[in-house]
Design a protein around this ligand. Structure first.
Ligand SMILES: Cc1cc2nc3c(=O)[nH]c(=O)nc-3n(C[C@H](O)[C@H](O)[C@H](O)COP(=O)(O)OP(=O)(O)OC[C@H]3O[C@@H](n4cnc5c(N)ncnc54)[C@H](O)[C@@H]3O)c2cc1C
Length: 300
């Protein structure tokens, strides 16, 4: 079993760590600046294959990887947009089924989930397959150790045609699926109501961050349910998480992944969110947010 991780500009896609953990550390990283991306993996890597293949070209990559992957019985890709795109094409080139959006994949079975986790089906794997894994469905233990020396994989030349890319627009953080966001600024009950969440949206836009919230906020209709982080909301894994007036209940933090940096603003210095934070600011959340909004407006 091997993970295949598509990379753009040296950046790992969402769910890369989970796919590599599920493949027990065997990974083929393909795309641009793949060694830099591989170095950013936060799970154990036992076998690293690196294919410097340029900008994302799923048809070319899938056809060019057949020889390298045909002996792998189970191939797992992250359930990121690029992972999902490449998975279908790989399955087509290899003449296999593609089991998409799994919560568990092994040599012997896959668990497929549908309808936001309401339905799960366990499928025995009795023939070679390609799969995609729900980002953060599994957690590998974080490691600081260096990856092994990479085996360099050359993409076989082929006549596959990919779409011509005319322009790449930067993702709009306000519209981005929260699960794909790398910076999130979130508010809870301690931040306030609709007015404060309007300011939060302005600040987020200036910081290039996406807005998140706790369940009481989405239950009150202050912002949409798709912005709720937690066990009954979205699972996220940003590098920066800013929590304003959030207590850090386990149902919320269980959906947080493992942000590299957490900043919390709360009047209760001892609440769980503050104890998890790298920077814990004991202050009124709404006042802090307004001060930040003013500073950002002055700076622009
Ligand atoms: C089955 C189940 C599923 C759930 N799923 C989710 C889920 O997916 N996501 C989720 O978020 N929750 C979920 N919850 C709810 C969860 O248990 C908590 O109730 C919720 O996360 C708390 O949200 P909160 O931190 O905004 O509010 P509170 O817990 O009320 O915390 C408010 C915080 O604001 C601070 N505060 C107050 N005033 C100020 C101020 N002026 N300035 C700064 N700080 C201030 C307080 O000290 C406190 O820490 C679930 C609960 C259940 C039972």
């Amino acid at each position: 079993m091997i993970a295949v991780v598509p990379v753009r500009g040296g950046r790992l896609p969402v769910g890369a760590d989970a796919a590599v953990a599920e493949a027990r550390g065997r990974v083929l990283v393909i795309g641009e600046e793949v060694l830099a991306a591989a170095a950013a993996l936060r799970v154990e890597v036992r076998e690293l294959r690196a294919c410097e293949a340029g900008p994302f070209a799923p048809a070319t990559w899938a056809a060019g990887l057949v020889g390298d992957l045909e002996d792998e019985a189970v191939i797992v890709l992250p359930g990121s947009p690029d992972g999902r795109d490449l998975a279908g094409r790989l399955a087509g080139e290899l003449g296999r089924a593609c089991h998409a959006w799994c919560t568990e994949v092994s040599e012997t079975h896959a668990v497929i989930t549908r309808h936001d986790g309401v339905v799960s089906v366990r499928l025995p794997l009795d023939r070679p397959v390609v799969t995609t894994l729900v980002p953060h469905a599994v957690a590998g233990s974080p490691v600081a150790s260096r990856a092994p020396a990479p085996v360099i994989v050359a993409l076989r030349a082929n006549a596959s045609r990919d779409a011509t890319v005319l322009e790449v627009d930067e993702a709009d953080p306000a519209a981005l699926d929260l699960g794909d966001a790398t910076r999130i600024i979130a508010g809870g009950v301690g931040l306030g109501g609709p007015e404060e969440f309007d300011v939060l949206a302005e600040v987020a836009a200036r910081l290039g961050a996406s807005v998140g919230a706790t369940r009481p906020i989405t239950d009150r209709g202050i912002i949409g349910h798709e912005r709720q982080i937690g066990t009954t909301g979205v699972t996220v894994d940003p590098t920066l998480y800013v929590a304003l007036g959030i207590s850090g209940a386990v149902q919320h933090t269980a959906g947080l992944g493992s942000p590299a940096r957490i900043v919390a603003v709360n009047t209760d210095a001892a609440c769980p969110m503050m104890t998890m934070a790298d920077l814990a600011i004991v202050a009124d959340a709404a006042a802090t947010l307004r001060a930040l909004a003013r500073r950002l407006a002055e700076a622009s």
